[in-house]
Design a protein around this ligand. Sequence first.
Ligand code: F6P
Length: 365
Amino acid sequence: LQRVGILTGGGDCSGLNAVIRAVTRTAIIQYGAEVLGLENGFDGLIFGRTMRLTTGNTKDILTLGGTILGTTNKGNPFAYREFDEDGHITVRDLSAQAMDTFTSQGLDCLFVVGGEGTLELAHKFQQMGMPVVGIPKTIDNDLEGTDYTFGFQTAVQVACDAMDRLHTTGRSHDRVMILEVMGRNAGWIALEAGLAGGAHIILIPEIPYNLDNVVAKIQHRIRGKSPFSIIMVAEGAREEGGERITQSTATTRLQGVEQLGGVGFHLACRIRERIPLEVRTTVLGHIQRGGSPTAFDRVLGTRLGAAAVDAAARGDFGTMVALKTPDIVLVPLSELAGLCRTVPVDHQLIRAAEATGVNLGRGAM
Ligand code: F6P
């Protein structure tokens, strides 16, 4: 390896900088290679916006949230959207331009750190002849091929801390407290943080909830002299037979500013119609994505980054590094395209939740 590139794409999460640092240090220390960071995801590759990465400028970033390279989830090089002054959109294929930058910068390979969408783009470039190695990232933990993605454990810890705080205020006021967490298609964060935070009810996208069951659980607690209830709900959860409150229907747009959150408020209204207690909703939103990574995510990011460089040195391109506990393994990018790893409804986490009396909106009280 002589000169390698790295970019971070899609929504950020904690642990990205740990990966950038590990890739940089491994490439330099083990292989004597130069490392080029591409700024703002594939935009950096299209427009040649780069920064040289060294052991010096990556030395203090292990604990830092976000990504020093920047990221964007709007920059698909195969269908690049640009807005003119009147707000009209033009869509162009700039993938050849991105290939030109790769060649003109003299790169041997590109490390692409991203979720499902970003890794799909990496696969397309691989098919065009660019040697790439993918590194899986998403707080949602919904990528196929890997046991865990970094960023997930940090998000779970943040959500768990929020649950602990809602517990004490909920108990003091005898209220129904709802915490809405991220998870558009998969309920991993809601499930793990709900279990860790002692939620009484956990609602996830994979199990459409029955409102009667949710209400019955709250009433049961009221009769049992523990009137307060704590509900954990994933943003993609929906009522049985009801519409999913998707990001677009849930998002309030005020002068162009998007505010995440919807299902938590919807649920609060539905519960309030049936229960005499006060109901409060908190949307945790992007707090789950920011800040310093947990020790687990720092270690996972470091292992993945180092393994990705080793894979590139061996010429194992068109792959993604993945955690198959306890090992880091390689998975072909072609096996991942378009797949979302949702929570199986008979998963042991669900069994553990229901066995301990947590209501998942499907009957158990
Ligand atoms: O995919 C990760 C995720 O955190 C989702 O759970 C959430 O819906 C989305 O990103 C929000 O992303 P943004 O506000 O950056 O568009």
